[in-house]
Ligand binder design. Structure first.
Ligand code: TYM
Length: 328
């Protein structure tokens, strides 16, 4: 029997943080033995907001090196750059013409981002359709993402179901795969907000390429509360609950085990341990990252990945065109 398929993508916008790592990459590493896995760099999504042409390609390369350094195995994953596969944008157009403006304008991320800048591009509106294309092109079953992308995967489902109904069975219906603990890693300074690349205060964001001391300082400076007990309570103790979640993901311990372990400890002692486990894992990633970045491994992996992804996406695109009645 064929293995089920998973796929995810990350935008190459600067360095990625532990929220991205936990929400997407760590899940892909966890499932890569079980599923036929696809991971790509979503550089076409990145240009929905302005990008500097001078640095875009180095950001793409850096993200690819991070994928490999985090444990994405090139023998188990099809790894590619979205913009090198023209079928994603081609499929996207066909899907856009089967998606309603109302659906797109209701997307939470679009509403948030378009409110921040009234001069937004139409790409920011149609972005979830391109994401649907990334997924539907490969008959993906599961999409490992953080909670913020759930709505976009649900839209991909709606578009696929609509297309199948209208033109005949063409797409597999995908499901989001959201990690229990790390669905939403929160900002360390404002733990009621998700950790985000675009956060104004970078003290609340732990980047995978931050050095040890920076990580330690950020965690030691995390906002907590005045209650002094290490107990999971998202409503009343969002800062401590977020640190417990981070500690959980990096140690595989349960909340109960952690609460027991730190019974009687103060916040400073707990934070020190959180910093230790995070630094330990990230340092290993950084060592591999530096080796990979300076080797020809990335090119080799991409050459293999792009061939397979183009072949599969082309077949899906041709099938869609046939179903829709294109041709001479
Ligand atoms: P992006 O680049 O914004 O984020 C990459 C991944 O990180 C997750 N994430 C988080 N998870 C937990 N806590 C957080 N604080 C946090 N912040 C971000 C995101 O949910 C995401 O999984 N549209 C996507 C990229 C994309 C894609 C796709 C994903 C394009 N096509 C097809 C899956 C399938 C995005 O902008 O992710």
């Amino acid at each position: 029997m064929n293995k089920k398929k998973i796929l995810t993508g990350l935008q190459p916008t600067g360095t990625i943080h532990i929220g991205n790592y936990i929400g997407a990459i760590k899940q892909m590493v966890k499932y890569q033995d079980e599923f036929d896995s696809y991971i790509f760099v979503a550089d076409l999504h990145a240009i929905t907001v302005p990008q500097d042409p001078k640095t875009l390609s180095s950001k793409v390369k850096s993200l690819l090196a991070l994928y490999l350094a985090c444990g994405i195995d090139p023998n188990k994953n099809t790894i590619f750059i979205q913009s090198e596969n023209e079928y994603h944008a081609n499929i996207s157009w066909l899907l856009e013409c089967n998606t309603y403006y109302g659906e797109l304008s209701r997307m939470t991320q679009f509403k948030d981002k378009s409110l921040k800048n009234i001069n937004f591009t139409s790409g920011l509106l149609t972005y979830p359709v391109l994401m649907a294309s990334d997924i539907l092109a490969y008959d993906i079953n599961y999409v490992p993402v953080g909670g913020d992308q759930k709505q976009h995967v649900e839209l991909a489902r709606d578009i696929a179901e609509r297309f199948n109904k209208k033109y005949g069975l063409t797409f597999t219906i995908p499901e989001p795969l959201i990690p229990e603990e790390g669905a939403k890693i929160m900002d360390l300074i404002d733990p009621t907000k998700k950790m985000s690349k675009s956060s104004e205060n970078q003290k609340g964001v732990i980047n995978l390429l931050d050095d040890k001391e920076t990580i330690r300082k950020k965690i030691m400076g995390a906002t907590t509360d005045s209650d002094m007990t290490i107990k999971y309570d998202k409503e009343n103790k969002p800062g401590i609950s977020n640190l417990i979640n981070i500690y959980k993901v990096f140690t595989n311990k349960t909340t109960e085990e952690i609460e027991q372990e730190f019974k009687g400890s103060n916040y400073g002692e707990f934070k020190k341990e959180v910093a230790e486990v995070v630094i330990n894992e990230i340092t290993k990633i950084q060592e591999k990252y530096n080796q990979i970045l300076n080797s020809d491994e990335i090119d080799k992996v991409l050459n293999k990945g792009i061939e397979k992804s183009r072949q599969e996406a082309k077949e899906k695109y041709e099938l869609m065109k046939k179903r829709m009645g294109f041709g001479r």
